[in-house]
Design a protein around this ligand. Structure first.
Ligand code: PMV
Length: 361
């Protein structure tokens, strides 16, 4: 066989080989909530969250060069080893929207496999971890194909691309605390990608725990997208933007200076702020359950009696996130086991904490 034939053959073999990129990316819990957007997934107000450790999504993107060039994006999506037409549909729309960011997409066959560390039916939103894991895989794929590898740009692009899949996912590409959205307190803050806030965080907030009390395992009856949309003409829109900006600034200071009581007051005010907005939307809706209020009332009494640094926050659902420093974990686990599990669905709660951010597997 002459060298030319041999070369062609080895190129063909290379092209037909599947290669892969994979990332584990965490979920995050917002302290200052993003609720309402403008334009193409831009937030109505700035938000702050911290990334979790045990609630994450593992995503692998297998890729192989197409033998013939076609314009269509060719992919197969498996969630927890099974086809899932709803997710697949969402990924299809998402990938189509990314053709400008990743012009190589139509030249490859893709096989995307994803699984969550938490049970699918735990009532936990997985869009932050799953969209950030996929965005990181796409950026790694781009890096493998183009060789461009500036670390700062890599994570900024991943955050920007993750945002286009789900706003909160923009904050999951880093560990610790993250902020997303413009605010005059720092010029780097912007609506396109999140930035990490790891420096100068007071020690009381460096090892935060998040015990997630699962009140309802069912799927949400109202999607976040619907809730965000109702903010467009919400009667309290202007007031909410002012409030969130003010809470953002206060949280910014508290995270640096310490003061758990102030932290708790802002976090809890933010939780109720978004649920009040849902209830005063037109049409109005509520995601909270009687058990949510019972758990909150127990937390308030426990805190008053024991004078311990703990607080709660709520995401877009009825589950309660109990936030506290690692130092009081023993007391809090006793409290959960003796007074709160009875309100959790099948006694289920997730023992999570602040994490270090995504890892390439
Ligand atoms: O990222 P989305 O579109 O699912 O919206 C998330 C909204 C909240 O979780 C309620 C708040 C937030 O900032 O994460």
């Amino acid at each position: 066989m002459n060298w030319l034939k041999e070369k062609k053959l080895s190129e063909k073999t290379k092209q037909s080989e599947w290669k892969k990129v994979n990332w584990r990316s965490p979920s995050n819990i917002a302290l200052i909530k993003y609720w309402g957007k403008n334009g193409k997934q831009l937030p109505m107000n700035p938000s702050i969250s911290f990334s979790l450790s045990k609630s994450y999504t593992d995503t692998t993107v297998y890729y192989k060069k197409k033998e013939r060039q076609e314009k269509e994006i060719d992919f197969k999506y498996l969630f927890e080893a099974k086809e899932n037409p709803d997710f697949s549909n969402r990924i299809n729309i998402y990938l189509q929207s990314l053709l400008k960011d990743f012009p190589f997409l139509p030249y490859y066959r893709l096989r995307i496999e994803s699984r969550n560390s938490f049970p699918h039916s735990a009532g936990i939103a997985s869009s932050a971890s799953s969209m950030s894991a996929l965005a990181l895989c796409l950026c790694s794929l781009e890096r493998e194909l183009t060789g461009i590898s500036n670390q700062l740009d890599f994570f900024r692009k991943a955050s920007n691309v993750a945002r286009l899949g789900s706003g909160s996912a923009s904050r999951s590409v880093y560990g610790g605390f993250n902020a997303w959205g413009e605010h005059s307190v720092l010029k780097e803050l912007n609506n396109y990608y999140a930035i990490p806030l790891s420096e100068n965080i007071h020690k009381i907030f460096q090892n935060l725990q998040d015990s997630i009390l699962i009140i309802d395992k069912g799927q949400k009856k109202i999607s976040s997208s619907y809730g965000h949309r109702l903010m467009e003409n919400h009667p309290h829109r202007i007031q909410r933007i002012k409030e969130a900006n003010s809470h953002f600034l206060q949280m910014w200071e508290v995270l640096k200076c310490g003061g758990f009581e102030r932290f708790a007051a802002i976090v809890e005010a933010e939780s109720f702020a978004i649920h009040n907005l849902m209830e005063s939307s037109e049409p109005s809706f509520s995601l909270l359950k009687p058990e949510t209020y019972k758990v909150i009332s127990k937390i308030e009494s426990f805190r008053n009696q024991n004078k311990l640094p703990l607080c709660f926050t709520l995401d877009a659902g009825p589950n309660v996130h109990l936030i506290y420093p690692l130092e009081i974990k023993k007391e809090i686990v006793n409290f959960i086991e003796s007074e709160l599990v009875e309100f959790c669905s099948n006694g289920f709660w997730i023992d999570d904490n602040m994490g270090n951010g995504p890892i390439r597997l």
